[in-house]
Design a protein around this ligand. Structure first.
Ligand code: NAI
Length: 718
């Protein structure tokens, strides 16, 4: 609701709908009722709208999206505020997001606390700010700035909001008290020049170029997403049409988004991100109700690619960090690289670099005082065993020992230590100071408290943490394996890297599988396969297919590595680059003739392959593995898998994640397609539909949040 009080000559409307004062039906109604009271009360000369509990307004109530609109709509309410004959002042504390900011734009003046954040994040939910936001903001701050905020949904600080002209004043003490004083001072003054809807929209001379550039940017950063494009259309209307007409178009464009599949996927993704924070261990113990241990000092062991990024992300939290690297040369390079990364990060955030809280050492004993250690040495079990034994002996009792391994057994490492319950996997993604995802891998003996501690540290580092069980590849990489495998098989059957990548990029991935593989480096997997005795299978020329140990397996990646083609780093991989380290991929005729030679050697006849087949083979194999992971209880719920894929593997957010996508395609269809491909390729186990998928289809394909009831492993708390 919204409470109304008269304080002297000021009518105060205070939104009260915890936790974020969302504009639910009853809140909108209360604002209108209270505004009417304020306007008709002769004692009231001006009005202040504020939010109770230190937050102005978090925007629309997302839970109401799925329902039919009831109560007064937002836009007419905002126009009613703007049309008021007494000044209305917004006192913005905490945040003014979405409908909350639109509400503030309806007011005649806006005062914000210096710590407040403002923004129109609707686009991130597949929508647009359609309570006049797309028409008001460009009129207030100009087309380029409005386009940027509306199409990205990014938040701005109060300082930036002042600079852009969104707010009139920034206050670093009591905003409400200041707003009450301010509103008295402007009472009785003319308001015509304060109604944003009457402002002419500044019309940049290069309007067409501006909108073209905005469209290009959106197509590049949110491939396939519709909402940002509709936002651009709406802002264009603000710049080219009278207000009323622009508003009408805004409404029409919003109607096309409101019930779209993309909006549903993005809203699902929003809730999924919240849901991953709630989880219980198979024992039934809940880590999210466990009290985390205090972490005051963290050590990082191994300062290669990952260790450096992890150290940076830790230092940015302000925690003292001890960084240990055995190789002197690596240590010197790491120090320089870490300082440079910290400086760049600070520059980007417009902040001072964090105080250098990192101390360096070459002896593992330096980690003795840490409350938590993150190991990031080479992916070599014998080495990691030794490091865990050393850490267990060196560290004080109670220290959590974490590993950043991407493939090795967390339980085996835990068994090397005094306290296996304090061992947890922290699987970061590269670059670790940038990538949002953190897979928190609990072993069979990890304690809920240890998991809770790691989750809390991850949160402090700004990560999206997903707790997952221990198995080869955990969740993300385990699902990636069948996806990669299908891509190789498609090459064997007649596709090119370009065709496969194009299909995946059109689907919405920022990069196709082969571009991604070139970027990550083909040698990484090759090294692991060689160590496991899996690389270079000694293929027999003339073999009709590449069969090993009774199942089809492709050596293509290994064969490229044997040619020294490691991807971008060597200037050659699945594509060619102008130089080692080059970023622009070009088709490579060598690769095409290599593929032809390979097919001829193994009696493989190239056949035409279309985009549809690429998507079915690569994505459905990945999804099938996702069902297996649910069945095995490695992921507690489908939302966990989806969040991992959106935040760690470039799965297009507007498609929700692989499991959500499967639910939109329809499970019977997914099953049928997998069955069809498995019949065509019986030697590919990943295409064999898993039992859980069959059971779900047989049970009438329940909605996604009910899948766990079928696995019987976990209960989703969504
Ligand atoms: P890297 O080869 O770049 O760095 C490893 C570093 O550890 C080297 O600087 C090495 O000198 C140091 N080192 C070796 N033995 C040591 C010891 N006893 N004490 C202290 N330092 C020691 O390796 P990278 O790529 O950083 O990988 C590290 C770990 O992270 C591996 O387990 C890997 O599987 C995992 N990982 C790697 C990802 C990637 O994209 N590179 C992604 C996620 C996890």
């Amino acid at each position: 609701m919204a409470q109304f009080t008269v304080l002297g000559s000021v009518g105060l409307i205070s939104l009260r709908n915890p936790p974020v004062n969302a504009l639910s039906t009853h809140v909108r109604q209360a604002i209108i009722d209270n505004l009417k009271r304020a306007l008709s009360d002769p004692k009231v000369k001006s009005v202040v709208i504020s939010g109770h509990g230190g937050i102005f307004c978090g925007g629309a109530d997302i839970k109401e999206f799925a329902k039919k609109l009831s109560g007064p709509p937002l836009a007419p309410m905002i126009h009613m505020i703007a049309a008021a004959h007494k000044p209305v002042v917004a006192a913005i504390e905490g945040s003014a997001f979405g409908g909350g900011l639109e509400l503030a734009l309806g007011c005649h003046y806006r005062l914000a606390h210096s710590k407040a954040k403002l923004g129109l994040p609707e686009v991130t939910l597949g929508l647009m700010p359609a309570a006049a936001g797309t028409q008001l903001l460009p009129r207030l701050i100009g087309v380029p700035a409005a386009l940027n905020l509306i199409t990205t949904g990014r938040h701005v600080t109060a300082a930036e909001a002042l600079q852009l002209g969104i707010v009139d004043q920034v206050i670093d003490h009591n905003v409400l008290a200041e707003a009450l004083r301010f509103s008295e001072s402007v009472a009785g003054q003319p308001l015509d020049a304060r109604r944003i809807s009457t402002f002419p929209c500044p019309r940049p001379s290069d309007l067409d170029a501006l909108f073209e550039e905005a469209t290009r940017k959106v197509r590049q950063s949110a491939r396939g997403a519709v909402a940002p494009l509709r936002c651009i259309e709406a802002v264009r209307a603000a710049a080219t049409m009278p207000y009323a007409q622009g508003l009408e178009l805004e409404g029409k464009l919003m109607a096309t988004l409101m019930n779209s599949e993309q909006a549903r996927a993005l809203q699902y993704s929003f809730f999924a991100q919240r849901a991953v924070a709630k989880w219980s261990m198979p024992s039934g113990a809940r880590w999210d109700t466990s009290q985390p241990r205090p972490v005051r000092r963290v050590a990082v062991i191994g300062l290669g690619t990952m260790g450096r990024g992890i150290a940076v992300a830790l230092a940015q939290t302000g925690l003292p960090v001890v960084a240990v690297e055995t190789q002197e040369k690596q240590l010197v390079q790491a120090k320089q690289a870490i300082s440079a990364m910290l400086e760049r990060g600070a520059k980007r955030r417009g902040a001072a670099p964090p105080p250098d809280g990192i101390s360096y050492g070459t002896d593992i004993q330096a980690a003795a005082d840490a409350d938590l250690v993150i190991e990031a040495v080479f992916e070599d079990m014998a080495l990691k065993e030794k490091v865990f034994q050393q850490l267990s002996a060196a560290c004080k009792p109670g220290t959590l020992l974490c590993t950043n391994t991407s493939s090795l057994d967390v339980d085996h490492l835990a068994a090397q230590t005094r306290d296996p319950e304090l061992v947890v996997g922290m699987h970061f993604f590269s670059p670790a100071h940038v990538m949002k995802l953190l897979e928190v891998v609990y072993g069979s003996r990890s304690s809920p408290q240890a998991v809770a501690t790691v989750m809390q540290l991850g949160k402090k580092m700004g990560k999206v943490n997903v707790a997952v069980g221990n198995c080869p590849g955990f969740v993300g990489n385990r699902m990636l394996a069948p996806y990669l495998e299908q891509a190789f098989f498609l090459l064997e059957e007649g596709a090119t890297p370009e065709l496969v990548d194009q299909a995946l990029e059109e689907f919405g991935f920022p990069m196709g599988v082969f571009r991604m593989s070139d970027l990550a480096g083909l040698d990484v997997g090759w090294k692991i396969r060689k160590e496991n005795g899996l690389a270079n299978h000694g293929l027999v020329a003339g073999q009709s297919a590449t069969i090993r140990r009774g199942r089809r397996d492709s050596p293509l990646g290994d064969l490229l590595c044997e040619q020294g083609r490691f991807g971008e780093k060597t200037g050659r991989g699945w594509y060619q680059y102008d130089k080692p380290g080059g970023r622009v991929a070009r088709s490579d005729p060598w690769l095409h003739s290599f593929l032809e030679g390979y097919r001829a050697q193994h009696g493989l006849v190239a056949r035409p392959i279309d985009h549809q087949e690429v998507l079915e083979r690569c994505l459905y194999a990945l999804i099938n593995e996702g069902f297996r992971i649910l069945e095995d209880g490695i992921a507690a719920k489908p939302e966990d898998i989806d969040v991992i894929y959106v935040f760690g593997y470039g799965w297009p957010r507007h498609r929700g994640g692989p499991m959500f996508y499967a639910s939109t395609v329809g499970l019977p269809k997914v099953l049928e397609v997998l069955e069809r491909h498995h019949q065509a390729h019986p030697d590919v186990p990943h295409l064999q539909p898993c039992d859980l998928l069959r059971r779900l289809v047989a049970g009438g394909s329940p909605p996604i949040h009910k899948w766990n009831e079928v696995t019987g492993k976990f209960h989703s708390r969504l």
